[in-house]
Design a protein around this ligand. Structure first.
Ligand SMILES: Nc1ncnc2c1ncn2[C@@H]1O[C@H](COP(=O)(O)OP(=O)(O)OP(=O)(O)O)[C@@H](O)[C@H]1O
Ligand SMILES: [Mg+2]
Length: 263
């Protein structure tokens, strides 16, 4: 049985104009079926507006589905009452594109991480510094900076803080929505390596979203290519990258800028 399975998931948004809803819908996610095995990384790729974030919000139960089922460990999340969803929410965590927007500027890193570490059970006061230091080491940050604030860090370091906060409640599923798109190219691979290492070390299952097929290929086991709400190609990362079947995937591949063009 797959760890996470999406069965014919659709999310339609009503189209509104000045007078209210028009009766038409935007098919942001349209009949998507996917599955992820435990411990694997699924890369979800497609151009802006194809429905990637809508799909990830639906998986996180932050967006109701119009139809279809989202089955986690054999349990249909779309059929659960809100109270049950809240209980499971700590099991899935997200990392977003802009770490600055997702971190509270008034909280020191220590406060942010203590809060995240205390989600499941309260952390005794005398254990706090040690637990924060351990978490910071784990994501490649020096614990001596734990009493600093988000604006005192670089973009890459802030994304490390956001990742530390996401793994603090010991989630089972990590959803990373364009986590490196706002970073310098030189920093991107460091963050991608960190995410890959954490996935292996902590036995996480990850869905990694990007508009960039080369970034997804770097870390994903399987790749799903999305276009206008639909999955147009789905398979092992090697197959999708090296022998794409869909015309659209070939176009995405051709659009990847090459630093060192073949001579
Ligand atoms: N709350 C909403 N209400 C109505 N339409 C929406 C809403 N959110 C998204 N959409 C529309 O749904 C489609 C998919 O949007 P979504 O944000 O999921 O795409 P995306 O692939 O994440 O894009 P990007 O790469 O720009 O982040 C778009 O046409 C968007 O305009
Ligand atoms: Mg998006």
């Amino acid at each position: 049985m797959a760890y996470l399975e999406l069965q014919n998931v659709s999310v339609h948004y009503p189209v509104r104009d000045t007078w209210g809803t028009t009766g038409e819908v935007v098919r942001a996610v349209d009949d998507v079926s996917l599955s992820v095995e435990r411990g694997q990384i699924l890369g979800l790729v497609g151009e802006s507006g194809c429905g990637k974030s809508t799909l990830s919000r639906a998986i996180m139960q932050l967006q109701p589905v119009t139809s279809g089922r989202i089955v986690l460990r054999g349990e249909d999340l779309t059929a659960l009452p809100a109270r049950e969803i809240r209980k499971r929410r700590l099991d899935f965590q997200m990392v977003f594109q802009d770490p600055y927007a997702s971190l509270n500027p008034r909280f020191s890193i220590f406060s942010t991480l203590v809060e995240a570490l205390s989600c499941r059970e309260k952390l005794p006061r005398h254990r706090r510094e040690e637990a924060v230091a351990e978490l910071m080491n784990r994501v490649g940050l020096s614990p001596e900076h734990m009493y600093k604030y988000p604006h005192e860090f670089s973009g890459g370091q802030r994304q490390r803080i956001a990742i530390a906060r996401a793994i603090a409640p010991r989630p089972a599923l990590l959803l990373a929505d364009e986590p490196v798109s706002a970073l310098d190219v030189s920093i991107q691979s460091q963050i991608l390596n960190l995410l890959t290492d954490l996935t292996r070390e902590l036995g996480l299952t990850m869905i990694f979203i990007s508009h960039d097929l080369s970034v997804v290929h770097y870390l994903a086991d399987e790749i799903a290519v999305m276009r206008r709400g639909k999955i147009v190609e789905y398979g092992s990362a090697e197959n999708v990258f090296h022998s794409p079947q869909a015309e659209y995937t070939r176009k995405l591949l051709a659009a990847i800028p090459r630093l060192f063009p073949a001579t």
